[in-house]
Design a protein around this ligand. Structure first.
Ligand SMILES: C[S@@+](CC[C@H](N)C(=O)[O-])C[C@H]1O[C@@H](n2cnc3c(N)ncnc32)[C@H](O)[C@@H]1O
Length: 360
């Protein structure tokens, strides 16, 4: 079978340099050969990185508590969760386990997952409770919450730099291997930058995620009333650009090591770009999703009772408590929780108790 790198190389040879978005899309999702579509285990000890739900069940429990409050705000009737990019299904199992033991919401909930990879590892007891869909067209309009954890940072992005003017970085191939070429910006990217007021200072780089708008359109279409709860790496547009050189925010993960070279291990390493939450807020507003709030994952979990959860767990010895705290400090501070709402009046959301960040 042809290697993915060869397929990409041949495409560049016949069609010329491709956008980084197309390269990243092929590297992650090319049928049968992409990072997430080859069927190989990617997350966890045997894979390349951990996500919060594959590290422990604390985030799942916090989200479950938050969902109970959202259900109460929405009138304690039927409530659906649509979890986008559910990975191996850990988060869905953790949420349903907690609800089963702690809340009547368990009896009212419908839980849908949408995932590009073919297999999931959902706990046996929840297999009949969770409905798998290929895309939102298979899900009826819902009242409830659209949930995602580390989904959007895997959406393919364009790369833009300012080096004596704005340029797009496209992917080319020479005898030395894959390389980037800077070309003048096309009209679509120019318009996007203008529309969302993205400032890119000289010798800085950023990414533009054109898949966010269609995704928001899709989820807005099925959400009659409720919330969108998005957890991901990223920040406001302003803070993202303050911390970037011309490499922007691209990070790659291979066997639990981070690198900045998207052309290494093609199809065998994860490629991510931090989420610009200011753009997400603006695009959401344009389709009818109101901004509720923005906070770090640590603050979200603490607001929902994480400290007492850890301190009162009799099964946790000192080592486990320290591992949990380590996780909190290292992982949860970089991850952000971003909430939007629709057809709900000024909802008070407990997970946003410590939110002090405007996202603009
Ligand atoms: C970083 S993993 C996170 C998995 C899981 N949410 C977790 O926290 O462990 C990102 C997941 O999003 C999935 N994904 C990316 N784009 C998607 C899309 N448009 N629709 C459905 N799943 C998608 C990938 O296949 C991958 O499993």
């Amino acid at each position: 079978m042809k290697k993915l790198a060869t397929i990409i190389q041949e495409k560049i040879k016949s069609q010329g340099p491709m956008s980084f978005r197309d390269f990243m899309g092929m590297a992650l999702y090319y049928p049968g050969l992409g990072y997430y579509t080859s069927g190989k285990e990617r997350i966890g000890k045997a894979g390349d990185y951990f996500t919060s739900p594959t590290a422990n069940n604390l985030l799942g429990e916090s989200i479950a508590k938050q969902l109970v409050e959202m259900w109460e705000i929405l009138g304690k009737e039927e409530f659906a969760v649509v979890e986008y990019g559910a990975g191996d299904g850990s988060l869905s199992s953790q949420i349903l386990s907690w609800l089963k033991d702690n809340s009547r919401l368990y009896h009212h909930i419908s839980y849908y997952i949408i995932e590009k990879r073919s297999s999931t590892d959902i706990k046996k007891e929840f297999i009949h409770k969770i409905i798998r869909a290929d895309d939102v067209s298979q899900i009826p309009p819902i009242v409830g919450c659209i949930l995602s954890n580390e989904l959007i940072d895997n959406f393919p992005v364009h790369r833009i730099i300012n080096q004596n003017g704005l340029h797009e970085l496209r992917v080319s191939y020479t005898e030395d291997g894959f390389t980037e070429v800077a070309v003048p910006l096309g009209n679509d990217l120019k318009n996007h930058i203008e529309k969302f007021g993205i400032e890119i200072p000289q010798y800085s780089g950023t990414e533009i995620c054109t898949e966010m708008a269609p995704w928001l359109n899709e989820i807005n279409h099925i959400l009659k009333k409720g919330f969108v709860l998005t957890i991901d790496y990223g920040d406001s547009g302003e803070r993202l650009i303050q911390n970037c050189d011309t490499n922007g925010t691209i990070h790659c993960y291979h066997k639990h090591h981070v690198n900045r070279n998207p052309f290494a291990n093609i199809g065998d390493q994860d490629i991510t770009a931090d989420v610009n939450f200011s753009t997400l807020a603006a695009m959401g507003k344009a389709v009818g999703l109101e901004y509720t709030g923005f906070t770090t994952q640590s603050e979200f979990m603490i607001a929902l009772g994480l400290n007492s959860r850890i301190n009162h767990d009799e099964q946790m010895d000192e080592i486990k408590v320290n591992t949990m705290l380590d996780f909190m400090v290292n992982m949860s501070r970089k991850l952000k929780v971003f909430i939007q709402h629709k057809a709900v009046n000024h909802p008070m959301i407990s997970g946003l108790l410590f939110a002090r960040r405007a996202v603009a």
